[in-house]
Design a protein around this ligand. Sequence first.
Ligand code: GCU
Length: 336
Amino acid sequence: MRQRILALGTAVAVVLGLAGCGGGGAGSGVTILRVALNQTETHPSYVALANYSDRLEAQTDGRMRLDIFPNETLGAQAEVLQLLSDNIIDLGIISGSQMENLSKDFLVLNMPGVFDSVEHQMPVVHDPEIVGELYTSLEDSNDLTVMGGFTQGSRHIYVKDEISSLADLDGVKIRVQESELNLAMVRALGGSPTPMAFGEVYTALQSGVLDGAENNEVSYFTQKHFEVAPYFTNSNHLVGLDYMVASTEMLENLDPADRQLLEDEWVNTYLDHTELWGEATQEAIDGARAGGAEWIEIDQAAVQAALEPLADTFLTTPVQRELYDKIRAAAPSQEG
Ligand code: GCU
């Protein structure tokens, strides 16, 4: 394992052309934070990060900015987590499913049905009263600090061959993010789950290794999955969440005023992202349709019924239950 991490570190150092973290070089007075992202430059996460960098630069007279590495240039998210943990890079956008593999408490926020909508999700995941110590819980063990999150919007199943109900998913190989909950989720819906890194999905769909996948409209479009899996359902099985994960060591080494600025501007960044999200979703639907994709209706009540037992299987500790209940209590549908 250690060997693998070192080898990876070397490869990344070549891409980065730098050694050490918080680049810019000792004594240069410039802080350049390297951010790993697995999306394209047209994705709202890239745009919001680029805007974040511009604001940091403007407010520090050019002393601080982000260097964004999109398209999995620094590796898939599981590898990026290692790089952050080893303080080789500074920041990364990481899906909740990957965090679930480090701590089962993160699983709560990945549960189908825990969030009703983006409007429910975003305030909740940035409310310290609700998330408590979750975001600092990996600092001692993994040297990782969560700064907050970007929505992934609603996720839906899409397939190469048309389906009309969950029964048609029998034996259909659906790509999932690599976590136990994701495997169980697709099994509960009747499909055959195949865990795989995000960047490999297009080729696997194209070659027939996969029959389908599940994601939001934005990734469906920006990753061009619509070209190879043209039937997009309204399964709406989950509102997904990405986290902004930082190297704890990097944060601790920042000048306190710079750290404050980074955290303050992060708030404007996730608000910006949430606003961009709605527009990007509509553009993605229009773009995928123009490219030949078809939207198909399946019974959403059947999807919800199939997924309901997952909460009892996966939420097994009082800490998980309490967090789940707090999030549900903050749902707009629960408020009088
Ligand atoms: C979304 C999410 C990514 C994640 C991807 C996936 O696009 O924003 O962070 O990696 O789904 O399904 O792997």
